[in-house]
Every structure is written in structure tokens, then in C-alpha cells.
Design a protein around this ligand. Structure first.
Ligand SMILES: [Zn+2]
Length: 475
């Protein structure tokens, strides 16, 4: 295991405030970061999230609304950060691509790639999807349209650009993938990305300022700005360099959605290689979340803000729900009805009920209990393994299987009916210790709940709390 870990999420584009679909990945990365702070130590764990603020789309929005573009992106970035804070996403930095240090790092990065001979000037004639802010080939289209942006027309563009010699990297990428079978996870995404390698063509990495002034100025030609994707990807490096965590002692893990997989799995390693930096260790690609059985979309009126859910149900239940049932590998659907069913089963009747039963038994007994869990207590092989594969859903299942074993033990031993005092103490001692372990395992998932449960049993005299998860009666 490398000493340090750097964890990143995709940075969100500021054309609009993030919704629960974006937020899922932040909770996922946060859970891994919280686990790693326990395993590798706070001083060795670095976690960054933020906003992607340049490019055509945001430029057009600000222009159409006739507002100052910097003011506009400032507002959206602030709201995004509030949404993440409501979920207790414990980032070390909320980076913005308009931050001064990032502008400098991105510009230097471009220069390094240029100086190394991997960027040349040419003319681009081809297709462009404004939704993706990316160049497309015929092969990328479905019925002549971008599969991710069926509502908008593909543009045919012709322009002077600087190009990255992306096509020169096919062999490099094949070797990278073949030597590192867990470079892209889950495995089906790895296979998809590997299959794309042969289709790679050189791509433009600048836009003419005359057409798009909103970007980081190209360091080798002031008539151009750096293409928004080239600029945005470098944010991870900006943070890594800032905290001294972009080196061979650092495991670099990028979390992102499947719409961004190609840029991260194929383009980003080539950019880093051309500029002479270390490559990431893992690209974890999560699937999509839908809402009430439909695509999450503001124009369809089908969105929900994370903050609103948290205000209604509390932060830990929302975190738990998404970490266990979110789109970690396959697409998944969120509805409040499903959430309430899960909440009542897993939290109210599950964890909350077990805590209430054992706290009451402990309070009524004359024994003293005092359990202080250690960080090392959570490092069981199976639990660690799930986190190494970033399968927080399986790690949550593992906790709940321990909870179900504990409930079984309580029912079979029926401590409320044990008359022999020595026997009762032995049974309660075992059961409370198991519960404290479960609470400790919950720390990366539900930090507040974990702390609350551990507090109950760390005092010699246990006082049963009021319900941790009151039952929700659906309207
Ligand atoms: Zn598109």
C-alpha cells in the first residue's frame, strides 16, 4: 500500500447548481476519504472536489442573461458548495478552475506539453457537441446526434486550433491498460475504454479567443484559450501539487460518472505522460442515477436538491441510502417512497432498534460497560477489501450482515430473561461490544450516528437514548 492517497471527484460544470445525481459521487468519494483517514491517517489522505467554470456553455448563458460572467460562476460555485456541505462532504479543498493557482498550473501544463512536442497547430474540420463541449466523430453519434445530448444539434465546425497528438498514444494506452487491469473500474468500464483506444484521433486543445474569450489564455498563442476539458482535468494536479500528493508515494484515485469516462481513462493519462507527471492509479466510473423512474433533468422538472432531502430526512439516512443503494456499478433509481421503505427497514427497525434494545438492557442492569473502539478495529480483511475495490455498497452490506448476526444472538439468548447474573453480564458484554464495532464500521458512512452510538456505551453508566431513527409513516 502506498503511504498517501489522493481522492478526487469530477468537478461540476457551473451552467447550473448540482442535483442529487451529481451529489451521489461526492458522497461515494467522501465515504472512501473518511475510511482512508482512519486507515492511512488524516495527514496522508487528500480529498478534492470543486467546479469547472470555463467554456462555451457558461459563456453563452451569461451572455444570454446579460450578466457578468464571473459573478454568475461565483454564485453557482457557492451554491454547489452549499449542496455538498449539506451532505457533510469532507473535502480538503473546493477547487474552482478560475482559482489563480489553477490558472497558473493549467497554463504551465499546456506549455510543458507544447515544449515536449505533443501539441501542433492545424485546422479542425468536423463535429462538435456543445453539450459535451467536445469534438465528435461520426462513430460517436447515434442517429446523427450526441447520445448524451439528443435534444441539441451537432455543430459542424472548421477552425484553426492547436492539436494534441492523441493518436500517437495508442500503444502507450494499451500497455497501461494491460499492465494495470484495475486502472479503470468496474471491469465493464475497463473493457469499454480499452475498446475505444483504436478509435483515438488527434484532438483540438484550444479554441479561438475571438469565438470564445472565456477560458485560460493559451501560453503559446494569445489568440487562443485552452479547451475547457484540457483546463478542467488539470484541477486534480493543481491540488495534488499544492498538498505534495502527486508522486509515486501517492495512490491517485479519480471518481467520475460514465459520461466522463473517456476523458479520464484515455485523454488524461496521455496529457500527464506528455507533460511528464505520474499517472493516476484508478479511475472509478459510477453509473447514472434516475429520479422517480425518469432521467434527472431540470428542463423536465425532474430534479431534487440534496440539501432539501437532508432537511427533510437528516444527513446520515440520506448518505446511508445512496452509499448502499446508489448507482455504484449499475444505474439505479431514487424515489422518496423507496427511501422511506429502506429507512424504516434498515435504520428504524434495524440499527436504531438494536441500539434501543441493548441500551435499555444495559441501563436496567447493574453492570458497568465501557467500550472504547480503536481505529484498528475497523480494519478487518473483508471490510478493507471492499474499500480497496471502492465497493462501498458491499462494505455497507457487510456491516448490516454483522447487525443481523447480532440481532439473532440477542433473540436466541434473550438477555431480558436471563436470571444468572454472571451469564447475563457475559451475554451483554459480548452484544454491546459487537454493537460498538458495528457503530465504528459506520463511521465513513454515517459519521454523526457512529459517534452517537459510541458515546452511549463509552460511559460506565449507560443511559438509553431516545430513538436514533424514528419510524417514518409514509404520507
Ligand atoms: Zn454531447
Amino acid at each position: 500500500m502506498k503511504k498517501k492517497i489522493l481522492i478526487t471527484t469530477a468537478i461540476d460544470y457551473v451552467n447550473d447548481v448540482i442535483h442529487i445525481g451529481h451529489a451521489y459521487q461526492k458522497i461515494l468519494a467522501d465515504c472512501v476519504a473518511r475510511f482512508e483517514r482512519i486507515r492511512r491517517g488524516k495527514e496522508n489522505t487528500f480529498f478534492v472536489t470543486g467546479t469547472d467554470e470555463h467554456g462555451q456553455k457558461v459563456y453563452n448563458i451569461a451572455k444570454n442573461k446579460d450578466v457578468d460572467i464571473k459573478k454568475f460562476v461565483d454564485e453557482v460555485a457557492k451554491k454547489d458548495q452549499e449542496q455538498q456541505d449539506s451532505l457533510q462532504v469532507s473535502y480538503d479543498r473546493f477547487i474552482r478552475t478560475t482559482d489563480e493557482d489553477h490558472v497558473k498550473v493549467a497554463s504551465d501544463f499546456f506549455k510543458k506539453v507544447y515544449d515536449a512536442g505533443y501539441i501542433y497547430k492545424g485546422t479542425y474540420q468536423g463535429l462538435y457537441c456543445e453539450g459535451c463541449e467536445a469534438y465528435k466523430t461520426e462513430k460517436d453519434l447515434v442517429d446523427g446526434k450526441c447520445p448524451l445530448h439528443q435534444g441539441s444539434e451537432i455543430q459542424v465546425v472548421e477552425d484553426e486550433n492547436y492539436f494534441l497528438k492523441f493518436s500517437a498514444y495508442k500503444e502507450f494506452l494499451k500497455e497501461l491498460f494491460e499492465k494495470n487491469p484495475d486502472f479503470v473500474l468496474p471491469n465493464q468500464r475497463y473493457r469499454e475504454m480499452y475498446a475505444f483506444i483504436d478509435t483515438i484521433e488527434d484532438i483540438p486543445v484550444t479554441r479561438r479567443k475571438e469565438k470564445l474569450p472565456w477560458g485560460i489564455e493559451c501560453p503559446v498563442d494569445s489568440d487562443h484559450v485552452i479547451w475547457v476539458w484540457f483546463d478542467a482535468l488539470v484541477n486534480y494536479l493543481t491540488f495534488g501539487l499544492q498538498v505534495g500528493a502527486w508522486d509515486e508515494d501517492t495512490e491517485i484515485v479519480h471518481f467520475l460518472g460514465k459520461d466522463n469516462a473517456r476523458m479520464h481513462a484515455l485523454l488524461w493519462p496521455c496529457m500527464l505522460k506528455s507533460a511528464g507527471y505520474d499517472l493516476p492509479d484508478h479511475i472509478y466510473v459510477n453509473a447514472f442515477l434516475s429520479l422517480n423512474g425518469k432521467k434527472i433533468s431540470k428542463s423536465l422538472g425532474n430534479v431534487v436538491a440534496p440539501k432539501d432531502l437532508v432537511e427533510k430526512y437528516g444527513v446520515d439516512p440520506i448518505r446511508y441510502y445512496f452509499l448502499r443503494y446508489g448507482p455504484i456499478v449499475e444505474d439505479s433509481d431514487f424515489s422518496e417512497q423507496h427511501f422511506v421503505v429502506v429507512y424504516n427497514a434498515d435504520l428504524a427497525n434495524g440499527l436504531g432498534n438494536t441500539v434501543a434494545r441493548l441500551a435499555k438492557l444495559a441501563e436496567n442492569s447493574e453492570f458497568t460497560f465501557s467500550f472504547n473502539m480503536l481505529d484498528s478495529d475497523i480494519l478487518s480483511q473483508e471490510f478493507v477489501q471492499y474499500f480497496e475495490e471502492f465497493r462501498v455498497d458491499l462494505a455497507a452490506q457487510y456491516i448490516w450482515s454483522k447487525l443481523s448476526d447480532l440481532d439473532k444472538h440477542i433473540n436466541e439468548n434473550a438477555p431480558w430473561g436471563i436470571e444468572d447474573s454472571e451469564k447475563l453480564e457475559e451475554v451483554l458484554d459480548y452484544e454491546i461490544k459487537e454493537l460498538c464495532l458495528i457503530a465504528k464500521l459506520c463511521e465513513p458512512f454515517m459519521p454523526e450516528t457512529s459517534e452517537k452510538i459510541l458515546k452511549i456505551f463509552e460511559n460506565e453508566k449507560v443511559i438509553a437514548p431516545k430513538s436514533l431513527f424514528p419510524r417514518i409513516f409514509p404520507d
